[in-house]
Design a protein around this ligand. Sequence first.
Ligand code: UD1
Length: 376
Amino acid sequence: MTTSPQRVLSVVGTRPNFMKMAPILAELQRHPDTFASTLVHTGQHYDAGMSDVFFSELGIAAPDHSLDVGSGSHAAQTARIMERLEPVLEAEQPDVVLVPGDVNSTLAAALVASKMGLTIGHVEAGLRSFDRSMPEEVNRILTDRISDLLFTHSPEARDYLLSEGADPSSIHYVGNTMIDTLVALRDQIDTAGAAAAHGVEPGRFLLVTLHRPALVDGPMLGQVLGGLGELARDMPVVFPAHPRTRGAIGGLPGGDAPGLQLVDPLGYLEFLSLLSGAAAVLTDSGGIQEEATYLGVPCLTLRDNTERPVTVSMGTNVLLGLRPERVGEVPQLIEQVRGRQARVPPLWDGASAQRIVAILGNLVQAGPGNAADDHN
Ligand code: UD1
């Protein structure tokens, strides 16, 4: 008896979603008899440098559906995604909807799928910063709550999910699919030569990314820029700026300090090439904390908290707090982190997408509710 392939519909919307889903999409395509894969791009990120470049570099096929929602307030953006996704799900009738990460696209898609009674798989479940002033934290909690398959990437995620009442059989510790992407493209990253292209010496420059509203939409951005300008006298700084950040820097002094290079957002290979060659990265991003830990590069996080504590307890991450004045301590902090015995967390090994797809395959064989439990 032949069975029809399981219909898996994946929803992406922002830059960090693309590297989390690319390996899963590739793995689904390796099993065409078992899975029919459909991709929806909400268009939350729409600039070529924030979206298109990732599709080409990560080998993601063009989306089957583009919702073109663009920017807006959180409510307007989330609502637009919901309205435009519902008819797509009605037409596609997927067996499983996969949503990665914690952005507005993630929650919007999960809500629509939940109201239609569809099975939802959350990739990167169970992260918690315990800071509900971050929109991402609300997105995480709610998405986990309504998902049927909780794919986690770090050991503490299971504890958080269980403490919130998740069904233990829904939690699958699979590892980190963003690291799958890094492992798959390692050779290209290592030969991209981005440091030379930016005129800096490997191991001797600071890479900076900042985009969170808490830092960028208020007076702290000017203070950070001032600190970076001072630092750049001794250590060159390369700062690829998110459109939100670039907009805010426009009106501030200090963006043109000698040694400080403000550049447009970079593609995946160029950015990872710079990261792997940096003396350290100063950031408020979530994903970069993980990539730096994998690469063994000191990560100095300008936030009061992290939803990725494993990068602090095992990896190369240091939480500086939301304190721009600490930029001046960067050289000493780099030395401190270099003295640590940093490790890569378990299952950050390049095979996480395979584990997820194997679990989805078990759903086909066993029927929903009987999924074999992997790596719990
Ligand atoms: C979003 C995610 C955040 C993630 C980040 C990565 C939410 C709540 N936040 O934040 O978790 O870390 O993406 O980049 O979903 N803009 C452009 N071009 C683009 C995209 C955005 O100019 O391609 C501008 C928008 O006009 C807006 C600002 O950037 O002013 C913010 O975009 P938005 O997608 O709302 O959130 P991010 O700050 O990017």
